[in-house]
Write a protein that binds this ligand. Sequence first.
Ligand SMILES: Cc1cc2nc3c(=O)[nH]c(=O)nc-3n(C[C@H](O)[C@H](O)[C@H](O)COP(=O)(O)OP(=O)(O)OC[C@H]3O[C@@H](n4cnc5c(N)ncnc54)[C@H](O)[C@@H]3O)c2cc1C
Length: 390
Amino acid sequence: MKHYDYIFTGAGLSALMTVYEMVLSEQFKNKEILLLDSNPKKTNDRTWCFWEEGKGDWKKIIYHEWDSALFANEKFSRTFELNPYQYKMIKGLDFYNRIFKRLSAEKNITFLHQEVLGFSESAENVVVQTKEEAFSCHKLFNSIYNSELVEKQTKYPLLQQHFIGWFIKTDEPAFDSDVATFMDFSVEQRGNTRFMYVMPTSSTEALIEYTLFSKDLLPREEYETEIKNYIQKLGISNYDIIEKEKGNIPMTCFPFWKENKKNIIHIGSAGGWTKASTGYTFKNTTKKSKALVAFLNKENDFRKFHKTNKFWFYDMLLLDILHHKNHLGSKIFSSMFRKGNPAVIFRFLDEETTFGQDLQVIWKCPKMLFIVALWNRIFKKQLYNNNKTL
Ligand SMILES: Cc1cc2nc3c(=O)[nH]c(=O)nc-3n(C[C@H](O)[C@H](O)[C@H](O)COP(=O)(O)OP(=O)(O)OC[C@H]3O[C@@H](n4cnc5c(N)ncnc54)[C@H](O)[C@@H]3O)c2cc1C
């Protein structure tokens, strides 16, 4: 059985960013590293958007960036400057190509296109079983998401951020490529939290996504009918669909990190690196991958990596509310964005605000809902059924 120092089961966003950080740090040149993925990562399987100050680490592969954003519901629409942030888009394939190109220059890093069946820890090693063979390693970084873990427990609610997106090209100019539609709740809510997300990359091209934060997925036709209706509402009659994407991102405060072992760490969505209240993962992964590489230079026990913070608790209250009263998402996000300072809201979502700034954001939300959610969390034992249905 071939032995490695580090094995990464899954080689998507979190694994590739972590290995890339290892390469940049130059502290891991003597470590044999294996990346395993059942997907060769040669297609554009997703588009990442995130907000960031300054040029950032990924400037060479930014596909488009916006200085302004729009928030709307059926009663109001607000366009605001994102300053000091910019909202940025990266195509998944550009990211994979860039990282694999850089990793190909490193003799100590191997990528194998193999499906992982499981892994287990013994006193000294971790053994990884793929469909073809077995490998052992000293430390394992797992980003293969185990949905059962969350679905079988009842303490933390699980919502999904689920969506279908169309990249369209119109015959006539139809979009303002300087303004990203962050959330447009003017679509029918039908008892859920439903909104449109529009990322125009030129006056004739945009990614249009119909998105829900809810427990159950919809039949494919329902997302697509809503996209068609919305395009019509924008006054667009002639267009081509260039590409489609779909996603289903877990939104939960389930403490994934409690599954970490001395030599096994769960990373990415599988490790709780997805922001529970929004589904955003890219930005958090840039921070966590740097922190993990710095941690590895000092520590040996992965159980010490995670630190819980106040934002985990805030997210839990929001998810408790949306789980019980899914139709209130529009009201909550609208109250935050109608008059709130966007820079403070984005800093809050980045988990970088002081307690005073937290209150500035939270105070704008319907207070009673959060007080009741807090009361229930502290004094009532609530049980959540997290099984998805279609
Ligand atoms: C379409 C889409 C759009 C998104 N857009 C955004 C966005 O705009 N902003 C944002 O912040 N987040 C976004 N996300 C959420 C999040 O950023 C991504 O899901 C991100 O890729 C998560 O990183 P990860 O490392 O946890 O998982 P992944 O990147 O999915 O990596 C996991 C890897 O494990 C591999 N794998 C799974 N099972 C096995 C197996 N048995 N054996 C071997 N390999 C296996 C997969 O092929 C995959 O490559 C989006 C997600 C999707 C799906």
